[in-house]
Design a protein around this ligand. Structure first.
Ligand SMILES: C[S@@+](CC[C@H](N)C(=O)[O-])C[C@H]1O[C@@H](n2cnc3c(N)ncnc32)[C@H](O)[C@@H]1O
Length: 385
């Protein structure tokens, strides 16, 4: 193994470290999540994904047609990887999977407990009520889902060794009771903080209790919300983007390449004008190793989804020396490019920590200048919250 999880420092706690020199673009590790889940609005708007691994359940052509709102004929259909002959569904509730392997894995890990046993939408079922309640509190752009908590609990209940599954859950970075409450409020948005007890009651009604009582108290529930808020990794899959990637390696002439490039550019313009930024199947997942990675405003690695499902690849974005800590960014590209003041404000308000990365430390003596762009961005963030 070219990495290890160990103590970093008193400010950051544990971190992931490289045990060898790694060149830029090396895949440091690949891992499947403990649990993953598609966002609820994303699923409700017919973004078709495997209920277990989020692999697209439509062809690239169907994907392009749905996202543009027009019939689209894609050239080179052989570059689409969707294989409908492998699809499988739960015989009791009809949930769809990309393969028998995913169906069985889901069933053995959490679905046996969560299966609603009916293909009809039953709005009085506790899981359906929880689904609706969450959707009313958490609009697109989505950042998390209560169903990650539901699957985490079901996974503990179905685990052959329950104590080991609880210990594995508690290994994720966690906080004090007051910080948990704060993080749970932030996940919902302050104006919905009063709805926490509604979600708690619905969750308690939706899962069996025996063996997971510690997570079903109000404090236990808040700590799970804080856990997914702090450790959850967003993920996206797309039949179209995989088709585009595969067409990039076709042995075609210069002229064909130029035509294909302008076809793709035009396709993205049409999709963008129809659905805006919502192109992918989107969800969130919990990873044991990725969640041990600390944040840096000058990261040396990034998570990628190269298999077009929930399997995460952690890839070096520059050369990493033996013994060096591996950092990812918790901030998106846009905020990462802003001033120290704005980056830190974002990390404190969403993750409750003061950033101790090398870039922030190096810039510590510089005056707290906020550019006009930063001020504008902060104002619009405050307006929308
Ligand atoms: C996903 S966990 C990362 C692993 C964590 N250090 C641990 O011990 O399990 C995120 C937490 O790590 C700490 N952390 C991560 N990056 C940091 C940074 N740049 N400066 C200070 N604390 C950091 C914060 O406490 C944050 O809430």
């Amino acid at each position: 193994m070219s990495y290890e999880v160990r103590y970093s420092d008193s400010a950051k706690g544990r971190g992931l470290f490289s045990k060898t020199k790694l060149l830029c673009d090396t895949t440091i590790l690949e891992e499947d999540p403990l649990v993953s889940c598609q966002f609820q609005w994303n699923a409700a708007y017919q973004y078709l994904a495997c209920d277990h691994c989020l692999r697209p359940l439509e062809t690239a052509q169907e994907n392009a047609t749905r996202l543009t709102g027009k019939m689209v004929e894609l050239p080179h259909p052989e570059c689409c990887c969707t294989d409908k002959s492998r699809f499988s569904s739960c015989p009791s509730c009809g949930l769809q999977y990309c393969s028998t392997e995913c169906r069985e894995e889901a069933y053995n890990q959490y679905h046996r407990i969560l299966c609603t046993q009916t293909t009809d939408k039953n709005s009085s079922h506790p899981l359906e009520q929880l689904n609706e309640a969450w959707k009313q509190l958490h609009y697109p752009p989505e950042t998390s889902t209560i169903f990650l908590v539901v699957r985490l609990l079901a996974r503990i209940l179905q685990a052959p060794n329950r104590e080991a599954a609880i210990a594995q859950t508690l290994q994720f970075c966690h906080h004090t009771v007051n910080e948990d409450a704060d993080l749970a409020h932030k996940l919902l948005g302050e104006k919905f903080a009063g709805q926490l007890s509604l979600l708690h009651n619905l969750l308690v009604a939706a899962v069996p209790h025996e063996g997971i009582e510690q997570f079903l108290t109000f404090e236990g529930f808040q700590s799970l919300l804080a856990l997914i808020g702090t450790n959850g990794q967003g993920l996206g899959t797309s039949a179209i983007s995989q088709w585009v990637k595969n067409t990039g390696t076709l042995p075609i002439s210069q002229e064909e390449r130029e035509n294909l490039d302008s076809f793709v550019d035009n396709l993205y313009i049409q999709m963008d004008s129809n659905v805006g930024e919502f192109l992918n199947n989107e969800g969130v997942a919990l990873y044991a190793l990725q969640s041990a990675c600390n944040h840096s405003c000058s990261p040396n690695a990034e998570p990628r989804f190269e298999h077009n499902n929930h399997r995460l690849s952690l890839v070096a974005t520059r050369d990493i020396e033996e013994g060096e800590e591996i950092f990812i960014s918790y901030l998106d590209e846009c905020i990462l490019g802003r001033s120290r003041h704005s980056r830190r404000k974002e990390l404190v308000s969403n993750y409750l920590f003061e950033c101790h990365c090398s870039k922030c430390e190096a810039e510590a003596d510089e005056p707290d200048v906020t550019s006009e762009e930063d001020d504008d961005a902060e104002e619009s963030m405050e307006d929308s919250s």
